[in-house]
Design a protein around this ligand. Structure first.
Ligand SMILES: Nc1nc2c(ncn2[C@@H]2O[C@H](COP(=O)(O)OP(=O)(O)O)[C@@H](O)[C@H]2O)c(=O)[nH]1
Ligand SMILES: [Mg+2]
Ligand SMILES: [Zn+2]
Length: 303
């Protein structure tokens, strides 16, 4: 038996990277019957044990327990969830200081999703070269706010390699994802991190065109310095899902302590009497922008 990691999947074949090679592997039928809530029993990112067949292909015998995983709702009328990727060490939300302007609501929504899925979240603010004198104070405030909450903040210019040293050290050897709206510089950053990145992504698209629905499966792209970056179309939809209104504040680190003082355990922290979160907000202990994001998210999930 050999241990390996699933780095690509088509739904019937899995590319498993072992210590010394990549083995095209299949999953014995019995696994398919097991997972009831998920549509894919094996996901990209999974650690598995395989045996090697006479023809050199692999058979997946065992799946190691997942540390975490991201899902989205299954498509094509199927019930349950589809696992996009598992065992993610760090997920970055990418924004740019200008062109397009930063959207803190996007950052907060992303971070809440990270908390809900137990994935470590971090922030990249790109296009630092476009920052004006008037942005300086703002950048400092943003950095301080999120770092105090436990999220690393990186400020980058994709075309200045010196700017990227810290980020590159951070992702080395890890499995990471980069999420963000179009135009903020994700592709530029990834190409700076690994000059062959676009080529490696290109492979997956042409591969996907051969089969149906394969684009919904993720791929782990091995980067030059060691580590993997997740490439999946579905990761853009990385959004709130299955979060109940009363639960939302569990995913705001700054609300964890204050919410324990709320009179009602289903408190949504907007109008209820005896609310510890509102008390903390009024005492200036919760950032108004974050509280505003909380209210917007609460409304979007019907709270
Ligand atoms: N000024 C500046 N432009 C950037 C930077 N990073 C990316 N861009 C530009 O922003 C545009 C969008 O970049 P791209 O990497 O395609 O963004 P993506 O949609 O997030 O993948 C392109 O014209 C890039 O050249 C940066 O750090 N500074
Ligand atoms: Mg891009
Ligand atoms: Zn409350």
């Amino acid at each position: 038996m050999q241990k390996g990691r699933v780095i690509q999947s088509t739904g019937s074949w899995y590319k498993v990277k072992t210590e010394d090679k990549i083995v095209e592997s299949r999953l014995p039928g019995r696994f398919r019957l097991e997972g009831k809530e998920v549509t894919n029993p094996i996901a990209v990112g999974d650690w598995v044990d395989i045996t090697i067949n006479d023809d050199g292909s692999g058979s997946i015998e065992e799946i190691h327990e997942r540390e975490n995983y991201l899902t989205r709702q299954a498509t094509h009328g199927r019930r349950g969830e589809h696992i996009l990727v598992s065992n993610l060490d760090l997920a970055f939300v990418v924004q740019s200081i200008r062109k397009p302007k930063m959207k803190e609501g996007f950052i907060d929504r992303f971070l809440v999703t990270c908390e809900a899925y137990e994935v470590k979240g971090a922030i990249i603010i790109n296009k630092l070269d476009l920052a004006t004198k008037s942005d300086e104070g703002y950048l400092e405030d943003v950095q301080e706010l999120y770092e105090k909450l436990g999220y690393q903040v990186f400020t980058t210019t994709a075309f200045e390699i010196d700017c990227l040293t810290h980020l590159m050290e951070t992702i080395k050897g890890k499995t990471t994802a980069f999420v963000g709206p179009s135009g903020v510089g994700k592709t530029s950053l990834l190409n700076a991190i690994d000059p062959n990145f676009s080529e490696k992504v290109g492979e997956v698209s042409s591969y996907s065109n051969k089969g149906k629905h394969t684009t919904t499966f993720a791929k782990l792209i091995e980067i030059e310095n060691g580590g993997y970056i997740v490439d999946t179309p579905g990761i853009r939809e990385f959004g709130l899902f299955n979060i109940e209104p009363w639960e939302l504040s569990l995913y705001f680190p700054e609300m964890l302590e204050p919410r324990q003082k709320c009179k009602f355990n289903t408190c949504t922290h907007i109008h209820e009497p005896g609310c510890g979160v509102m008390e903390a907000f009024e005492a200036g202990e919760i950032d108004p922008g974050r509280y505003n994001s909380y209210i917007n998210m609460l409304e979007s999930i019907g709270g």
